[in-house]
Write a protein that binds this ligand. Structure first.
Ligand SMILES: Nc1ncnc2c1ncn2[C@@H]1O[C@H](COP(=O)(O)OP(=O)(O)OP(=O)(O)O)[C@@H](O)[C@H]1O
Length: 263
């Protein structure tokens, strides 16, 4: 089942283009005939009941699923900025730099705050201290964390609160200048205050990045996303402007889910 989206962003360039994708874990089909486009600088939310394939699709976008034995796209194409990501010239490591990921549980390295952010740029070849300092500051400012940590950059990242650690992980992701940021339930381990900060940050990041976020929090999808995709049993049921999905969806299944009748 394919869901089309009525959206004035159709005229903007496509960041992610998915066409008729099936995905299997071994013999089990987790995604069925998925087609969707994400345009540059928009925030798209993926919603749907547990196990419907949201995270699987998200992890397809930077080929994170390659790391799972037996897991593969069995049909269809995924283009990122116009390039099919499974074509031989695509280096998965470079793809993962361009398509960064923030996970449900913040996962800083057991290093200092500074080192957590400097690690990626250093790996990418930046070694000069002044250049690294400036990348670290810019990324921490971009993640709305600079003022809280600027006097303790050498301290362990584990000394930060959960919300600060998640923003540090966002800083680490944006420090390598991705084009797309994928977020898999980035606020599910945070309290409402930390969640509000991360949501504010996500809205800021939209100026520079294209963002796809998996969330179980309907209010969160309404607050931050431009468009919302509703998945059910491995299929994309409906994809439309967020306002429409939550106030006047076209499909009965979507209405039942967003009104809490199932899921
Ligand atoms: N590593 C894996 N190996 C085998 N099956 C998997 C694996 N990861 C996910 N699956 C299966 O694929 C289907 C889709 O899972 P996925 O995690 O993508 O769903 P989801 O919508 O993100 O769920 P949730 O909201 O609970 O995170 C489920 O049936 C799940 O059991």
């Amino acid at each position: 089942m394919n869901a089309s989206s009525s959206n004035d962003s159709n005229s903007r360039p496509s960041a992610i283009s998915v066409e008729n994708v099936d995905f299997c874990y071994g013999k089990s089909r987790a995604l069925k005939g998925i087609s969707l486009e994400v345009t540059r600088n928009e925030i798209v939310a993926f919603i749907g009941p547990s196990g419907c394939g949201k995270s699987t699709l998200l992890r397809c976008f930077n080929r994170m699923n390659d790391l799972v034995p037996g897991a593969r796209v069995t049909q269809g194409t995924i283009h990122i900025e116009g390039v099919e990501i499974h074509s031989p010239e695509v280096d998965p490591v470079e793809l993962r730099r361009r398509v960064g990921m923030v996970f449900q549980k913040s996962n800083p390295f057991p290093r200092s705050i500074y080192e957590n952010v400097a690690y990626g740029p250093r790996l990418a070849g930046t070694s000069e201290k002044g250049a690294l300092d400036s990348i670290v500051e810019k990324a921490l400012r971009g993640a709305a964390l600079w003022d809280e940590v600027k006097d303790r950059l050498g301290e362990s990242a584990f000394g930060l609160s959960g919300g600060q650690q998640q923003r540090l992980c966002i800083a680490r992701t944006i420090a390598v200048k991705p084009e797309i940021v994928l977020m898999d339930e980035p606020c599910s381990a945070l309290d409402p205050v930390a969640t509000a900060k991360v949501e504010e940050l996500i809205l800021e990041l939209k100026r520079e990045f294209t963002i796809v976020i998996v969330t179980h929090n309907m209010q969160q999808a309404t607050r931050i996303s431009d468009r919302t995709a509703f998945f059910y049993l491995g299929e994309l049921v409906e994809f439309d402007e967020t306002g429409r999905i939550f106030s006047n969806p076209r499909r009965q299944e979507t209405e039942d889910y967003v009104t809490g009748r199932f899921g």
